[in-house]
Write a protein that binds this ligand. Structure first.
Ligand code: ZN
Length: 365
């Protein structure tokens, strides 16, 4: 469409929308017209969580992406992004423990620095549906301890657990309920078995999925895949997925795996797919350790079974952000349209190349 036609289309769409809104308002006594709810203080249902998320609005009309628009946004969807790794939450900061206050400041910093969350699954499928100008950040949580998600005796969510802190960030705006949780199932510490609190584990898993978060496997027993027999590894990769899917129900599929200790098996092939008794599995994403920003999923540099993660603690996060600011050409900047891939013609060689067979519209400028 030519530019003037696009303009007319937008005006017409707006006029029709306004007319329908007016009729709707009169018919239902809305009075104030549009009454899209803002986030309630306690986000407890998915439709509400998405009410202010532009990506969830199916009526969104994307203006066709052009090189001019991509350039004006500074889009670079071949750039690098952050994948952060968190473990436990508690009153004392420690190597693998973040305090609630520090986690709140991490989220505030990420928001202020232009980041926006996506799940691991969305990263590997390239479904990066975030506002124009933002950089994706993937928050990942290993070991499923109760500090990540705790329900109090009165049924309310503990406001100091990681999930509540993230939901608050959503309610405050400019954030979405996206993160990936990697659960353990059978370990010595009961507190680390699917967030502790056995009587509410199903409820927790289902809530997470309903709200938009992802649940993934961290094996059954935190198995060291570099030392385990192939038979044991395959068994745990299959069982952990099957147990989580059974608890979540609704045909949910577990497709992401956080590698315990970051210790890989000899061959990636047992991660990519396998079978134990009547359970088949196929992990399309596996997360390792490492201290570098993650390549774009559209780059030839991206290895979905070796996604590097940066530790979720103060210095690691600020250092990573500083490094991206020092080299702005290396940073992923979204064009705001999840369908197209926009990037400058001239890219640093470290960012790799766009494969030929992506099957998406590519905009270069
Ligand atoms: Zn772990």
């Amino acid at each position: 469409m030519r530019r003037d036609k696009v303009f007319r289309f937008v005006i017409l769409t707006f006029a029709i929308g306004a007319f329908i809104g007016l009729i709707g308002g009169l018919a239902f006594g809305g009075g104030s017209g549009r009454s899209t709810p803002r986030q309630s203080a306690k986000t407890s249902d998915h439709s509400q969580a998405d009410a202010t998320d532009p990506s969830a609005d199916t009526s969104t009309i994307y203006e066709p992406m052009t090189p001019e628009r991509a350039k004006a946004i500074g889009a670079n969807e071949m750039g690098r992004l952050l994948v952060l790794m968190y473990h436990h939450f508690g009153p004392e900061e420690a190597e693998w423990t973040r305090t609630p206050a520090n986690f709140r400041s991490d989220l505030a910093l990420l928001k202020a620095e232009g980041f926006y969350p996506v799940n691991v699954r969305d990263l590997v499928t390239g479904n990066i549906d975030i506002p124009a100008g933002k950089t994706p950040v993937v928050l990942t949580f290993d070991d499923s301890s109760s500090g990540q998600y705790r329900i109090l005796d009165d049924g309310a969510i503990d406001p100091d657990c990681a999930v509540a802190i993230m939901q608050q960030a959503v309610d405050d705006g400019d954030w979405a309920s996206r993160a990936s949780f990697f659960c353990l199932i059978d370990v010595d510490s009961r507190d680390r078995e699917i967030f502790g609190q056995e009587s509410v584990r199903k409820e927790k898993l289902r809530n997470l999925v309903d709200w938009g978060y992802e649940v993934g496997s961290h094996t059954v027993t935190h198995l060291d895949l570099s030392k385990a027999s192939e038979e044991e590894a395959v068994k745990q990769l299959a069982q952990s997925k099957s147990i989580l899917e059974g608890l979540i129900g609704n045909s949910y599929e577990v497709t992401s795996l956080a590698i315990p200790f970051g210790s890989y098996p000899e061959s990636d092939s047992i991660l990519a797919g396998g079978r134990y008794e009547d359970i088949t599995y196929a992990y399309t994403a596996a997360l390792s350790l490492g201290a570098v920003p993650c390549p774009s999923p559209f780059s030839t540099e991206f290895r979905p079974l070796h996604i590097p993660r940066i530790r979720g603690s103060a210095d690691f996060i600020t250092d990573a952000i500083k490094a991206l600011k020092k080299n702005p050409g290396m940073r992923y900047i979204s064009d705001g349209d999840p369908i197209t891939i926009s990037a400058p013609h001239d890219l640093p060689t470290e960012l790799g190349k766009l494969p030929d067979d992506l099957g998406r519209q590519i905009i270069r400028y």
